[in-house]
Write a protein that binds this ligand. Structure first.
Ligand SMILES: [Zn+2]
Length: 439
């Protein structure tokens, strides 16, 4: 049994009583602070005919009958959500949204310090220590991924290789030259890097020193974790965060790999039914809603993340941390697919595909509508080239039948050669193409 190591033991192991008291105090302060310093929140309270004085404490959270949404942030782009003078902002990031106005994360010096603190706690939870050579492969730019790891690793004191995104061959070369021991990446890029290494005649599991990894920013299944684990011979850790709420470091899974600890001394979290916006019970799935407790530049009250998960009922964990756990993100509420009256998440399809030993990790789901009927086709790469047409057909038939049990219809499956689907070198993979949106 490994010894538990913490970045900030006192904060990570606060008693539930102390944690709740701390939250209670910070929550009241946040409401008053936002009301006094943000026109957006003053107006939001005024519309309800309330002031923060009417809210006794966390028990009254649901009396604040408004949510903050991504649309609110976009409507107030770029600096309309600020609660400090613009010149107190020392760093900013933008969401990787592909269309329209981005959503921003704006940070004062203190915010950056807090972000570094929670990111450091998460990195240490995933095994980072001062002796490590830590390679950052998410971009160090407007995307908050790279800098989130950077600010945390600075606090831990590891040797940082700020390689940023892309240039995969060079990434591998750095790994070999500098003796990288821990890797951070967007989930799909961990695969891409392994592929490139293999093309260079390098086995990531044997020929590199990378034995620790922290991954995030995309929804990933247990099956995908197992694949990454085998390719790199490491134990993958799952980090959570998004730009409006700092970035990576909001939560992380511990060595028990049973849910992620949320840093409750910085965030208050609720789970709601995304359709009715009503609160759901612990262990019930819904959308995570965050209230920041320490944010200066851009405090957020009841911010809808669109991420679907569940809060654990239990408040203890064998790793010794007392911060509440939530399930790995199952989906983004925007990503739910509906076909022939059935609702499902793309991750449910991925689970079936990745369980199959003869398949690789890349796939593409295309949905279109022909003569008013929805159709789904899935291209999936085989692990090695399959020359026999019959073997391909048999495998496709088996997958189609397996998927039928989830989808209640049979998608069309094409087994394609390894390395034939497009790869993403920078940013997140696009694995679902819904052409119905264009018709
Ligand atoms: Zn734990």
């Amino acid at each position: 049994m490994p010894q538990d190591v913490y970045f900030h033991e006192k904060a990570e192991r606060l008693s539930r009583y102390d944690l709740t008291e701390y939250q209670r105090r910070l929550f009241k302060q946040t409401l008053e602070y936002a009301y006094e310093n943000s026109a957006f929140y003053r107006n939001s309270f005024a519309r309800l005919g309330l002031t923060p004085n009417d809210i006794r404490g966390i028990e009254d959270l649901q009396r604040i009958r408004f949510f903050t949404t991504k649309d609110d942030l976009r409507a107030n782009y770029p600096f309309g959500m600020l609660a400090v003078p613009r010149d107190e902002v020392v760093e900013m990031h933008a969401s990787s949204g592909t269309t329209g106005t981005p959503t921003l994360g704006l940070h004062t010096r203190k915010d950056l310090d807090d972000w570094g603190e929670i990111s450091a706690r998460s990195l240490v939870m995933a095994g980072l220590c001062q002796r490590d050579v830590f390679q950052i492969t998410p971009s160090l730019g407007m995307f908050s991924g790279g800098f989130g790891f950077y600010h945390g690793a600075r606090k831990v004191g590891a040797t940082i290789v700020p390689a940023s995104s892309g240039f995969s061959k060079r990434q591998i070369q750095f790994m070999i030259d500098f003796g990288t021991t821990m890797l951070s990446a967007i989930v799909s890029y961990a695969f891409r890097l392994a592929e490139v290494a293999q093309e260079m005649g390098i086995d990531p599991a044997k020929d590199t020193k990378v034995r620790k990894g922290i991954f995030g920013s995309e929804i990933w299944t247990r099956e995908m974790k197992q694949k990454i684990s085998r390719l790199w011979d490491l134990e993958p850790y799952d980090v959570y965060g998004f730009t409006e709420l700092y970035g990576p470091g909001v939560g992380n899974d511990c060595r028990m790999h049973d849910g992620l600890h949320m840093w409750e001394d910085h965030f208050l979290v609720e789970v709601i039914d995304p359709r009715t916006a009503e609160l759901v019970s612990p262990e019930e799935e819904g959308e995570l809603v965050f209230t920041t407790l320490t944010k200066e530049a851009m405090p957020l009250i009841r911010y809808r993340s669109r991420d679907i998960s569940k809060l654990y009922a239990s408040t203890s964990c064998d790793c010794g941390r007392t911060h509440r756990r939530y399930g790995q993100i199952k989906a983004r509420s925007d990503d739910m697919l509906k076909m022939s009256g059935v609702n499902f998440w793309p991750s449910e399809i991925e689970s079936v595909l990745l369980k199959e030993h003869d398949l690789g990790s890349e796939y593409r789901i295309t949905i279109d509508r022909v003569n008013s009927i929805d159709r789904m086709s899935i291209e999936v790469e085989s692990r090695e080239r399959i020359d026999s047409q019959k073997l391909r057909e048999d495998l496709a038939k088996k997958l189609s039948a397996d998927l039928h049990s989830i989808l209640l219809f049979s998608p069309e499956i094409a087994i394609v050669d390894p390395n034939s689907l497009p790869r993403v070198e920078v940013g997140k993979s696009i694995r679902v193409i819904d052409q119905r949106k264009n018709t």
